[in-house]
Every structure is written in C-alpha cells, then in structure tokens.
Write a protein that binds this ligand. Structure first.
Ligand SMILES: *Cc1c(COP(=O)(O)O)cnc(C)c1O
Length: 426
C-alpha cells in the first residue's frame, strides 16, 4: 500500500518545485520520502501516516520550547483575535524591542523583520551604507539566508573574490563578497592587510550551524573583532540560529565578544516568522526614516508573530532554563558517543547549549574542509535507521540538531537506545 506521505509528496511535486517550499525538506541527500507532518506536541511530531517521532529538528531551531507550547499557542490566539495585522505600530513590537535590547547589551536599537534572510540582507545593506564601502567578508560553509550577496562560495585559492553558489546571482554581485575559511584567523588578517580599507562588513555565524556544527576558536572571534575595529569595518554576528539557543545572551554572551550588529530569527519568533537586526545606535540610526538606508516590510513586527516570539522569550527567562537545556543536549551526545564506541562505529559528537553536531568521522571538525570529510553514506544509514525507529533528525549530514525544553530524560534515553540498536547492526 502506498503511504499517505508518498501520496502527498507525489501530489506536491505536481504543483510545487520538488514538492517542497524549502530545498532541504526534500530528502534529496538522504533519499526516501519526506514526512508530511500533521501535528506536533512537545518533543513529538506525527506524520500523515500516523507515525510519531521524537523530533530533533524543531522547525530548524525555532521550537526551543517544543511543539505547540500551550503558553505560546494561547498568546497567538489572543493576538489573532485582536487583529492579524495593522501595518501600523503596536505595543507588542515595542515590548519585543525592549526585551531584545535588555537581553543583548550590544543592541541599542533594533528593527523587526519577518525572516532571518531579511535580517542579514538588511544588516549588510546598512553596513555598506554606514561605511560607504562595498566589500563583504563571509566564511565558507556559513549560511546567512538566500540573498544575492550571500549565495557566494570561495573562488579558487585564498584571497580571491567569490563565485555565485546559486544560479541567478550576478557575477557582478558575487565580486563584492570575499569568502574566507571559518576559524582561520591568519587568513582573515591577510584579507584585511590587503583589502581592509574596502571592507564594509564581516558577517559570521558565531557558532557555525549550517555546515553541521563547528565551534569557533576564541582567537578567531577576537581577531575578527580587533581587525574590524582597526579598519572601521562593521562586525555582524549572525545569531539567527544561536540567538537564545546557545545561552541566555546568545553566542556573543557565551564567547564574550561584542559585535557592531546582530541578526536574529528562529527562536525570537517561537515558530512564527520574526527576524530582527540591531546594534550600535550610531549605525542603526542610518536606517529610514532616520537615515538614508532604505528598509521596510508590510508585515514587519506582525502582532501575531511577535506574540509567539514574546511568549517564547519570556519563558526562556525562567532561572536555569539554558543550563537545563544544555545538560539535556549534552546527555544526548554523550549517550550517542557511548553507543558508537561500544559497537566500534567511527563517530564523534558535541553540543553547545541546545544545539548539537553529529559527525561520522573520528573527531569533531574545526574547519569546513574537515566537516566535508564526514562519511555521508554512514550518516544516511544512521538517519534512516533512526527514522524507522521513530527519531527524526535533520535529513542531511551538514545540519546542526536541536533539543527543546520539552525533551525529557525518557525521550533522550529512548533515542540513545535506538542508536545503540542501529550501531549494533552497523
Ligand atoms: C536560518 C538561518 C538564516 C536564514 O533565516 P530564514 O528565516 O530561513 O530566512 C540566516 N542565518 C542563519 C545563521 C540561519 O541559521
């Protein structure tokens, strides 16, 4: 009998490119049929065939409280009953801006948008407008959304300008993006030595979470801060994923380095479309209507979306929230490591706050080149073994995973037991 997931996927492919509205959902790299989800509650999701899974994707990061948290759902319903959108200011936006500035001391002014992509795109335009320079530095393997300047990969050799990594991105745009190696402080220093006076901004995922998970070397972040300050370039921390996920003050609080601008998304919308960018007043004051850098949005600061974000952020303020989330996430990694070691599977894992990386290689990678050495066939075997046993991990070897506050001891133990069985049959 053909499954309902399969039926839906076939129907979807008739009218939606590849059957999905965002490419990684299509299961292309792992093979098989994407699951169409019907309900989510706490740590669990249920698909169209009625199969339930413990979820380690969490909508790719936003669902730090788990699915359909009652307080978040209530806040959304209440806001919706008062009107879905006004295209005019509302009090909840002010409350959100105040809360974000309280939580992240590097934010003096903040503007709300509707996605992480919008946040990074706008922050870069602002940095260029502020400095009067065009050149942008990014790091290979870091993802900052899908705007033109950011869909760029390294050219051949060091210190070459980028090539488009997507069709439809003009080479002329890619030319303004310099792509360097993540965690390579010397490479960054060399780039500044050659191009410093032309660099408008450096944008970085403080913890890289879009090439699996790579932890930053402290010297890399410090060198980046020093170089930007010395050369008058804007340092943008893209905390769309890490913001309130790795700790209560974001990755900037965890590593003690202060950016000029920060971009946020995911957790700050609690599952609804909210993004934000903010930072130093002097820079943020260049945005329209205060300044000449244009940025706008019909649904920016949407009251229903902001209600979900505010309800989520307030619950994260409970004492010990992040410590407990980090402990649970570490338990998962430790259990998976022990299971792999017991059965002689080449595997490593690590967690930072509520996010984790699993690697089919002997040690946790520190660079893009190292993460590319992971055994993707082994990952795919693990992925499908776990999926069949009711544990839903991201359908790609190059994505970080997420634990929510709704994941209990028993959920983690059940996932570790399933991995033990998968590794035993390895
Ligand atoms: C997800 C993500 C984005 C893009 O956010 P969208 O809401 O998908 O547009 C940007 N930067 C980072 C670090 C992300 O993880």
């Amino acid at each position: 009998m053909i499954s309902r997931n399969q039926q839906l996927f076939e129907r979807a492919q008739q009218r939606i490119p590849g059957g999905v509205n965002s490419p990684v959902r299509a299961f292309r790299s792992v093979g098989g049929t994407p699951r169409f989800f019907v309900t989510g509650s706490g740590a669990r999701v249920t698909d169209a065939d009625g199969t339930s899974y413990i979820d380690y994707v969490g909508s790719w990061g936003p669902l730090i409280l788990g699915h359909a948290h009652p307080a978040v759902v209530a806040a959304v319903c209440d806001a919706a009953a008062h009107g879905l959108s006004f295209g005019a200011p509302t009090e909840s936006e002010v409350e959100m801006a105040e809360l974000l500035c309280d939580l992240l001391p590097s934010l003096e002014l903040v503007r709300l948008v509707s996605s992480g992509t919008e946040a990074t795109m706008s922050a870069i335009r602002l940095a260029r407008g502020f400095t009067g320079r065009d050149l942008l530095v990014k790091f290979e393997g870091c993802y900052h959304g899908h705007s033109d300047s950011l869909l760029v990969k390294a050219g051949s050799g060091m210190l070459t300008f980028g090539n488009p990594s997507s069709g439809g991105v003009p080479a002329d745009v890619a030319r303004h993006t310099l792509v360097l190696d993540y965690n390579d402080a010397d490479g960054l220093a060399a780039a500044f030595a050659e191009h410093g006076a032309r660099i408008a901004a450096v944008i970085v995922e403080v913890v890289a979470g879009n090439m699996n998970l790579i932890a930053p070397r402290p010297a890399f972040l410090q060198e980046m801060r020093d170089l930007c300050s010395r050369h008058g370039s804007v340092l943008i921390f893209d905390e769309v994923m890490t913001g309130f996920r790795v700790g209560d003050k974001g990755a900037q609080g965890l590593y003690g380095v202060t950016p000029d601008l920060t971009t946020l998304g995911k957790v700050i919308g609690g599952g609804m479309p909210v993004g934000a960018f903010g930072g130093r007043r002097e820079i943020m004051a260049r945005i329209a209507p205060l300044g000449p850098v244009y940025q706008a949005g019909t649904l920016s600061g949407n009251p229903v979306a902001v209600a979900a974000g505010l309800a989520t952020l307030k619950l994260l303020q409970m004492p010990g929230f992040h410590e407990s989330l980090a402990r649970r996430t570490r338990q998962l990694c430790d259990g998976l490591l022990a299971a792999a070691a017991k059965h002689g599977v080449v595997f490593s894992a690590q967690s930072i706050g509520g996010m984790f990386g699993l690697y089919f290689r002997s040690q946790c990678p520190q660079t893009y080149a190292q993460v590319m050495e992971c055994d993707t066939d082994a990952f795919n075997r693990f992925f499908h073994g776990m999926l069949d046993a009711g544990h839903y991990f991201a359908p790609s070897a190059f994505e970080a995973g997420f634990v929510s506050a709704a994941h209990g001891e028993a959920d983690i133990a059940s996932t570790i037991a399933a991995a033990d069985a998968v590794f035993r049959a390895w």
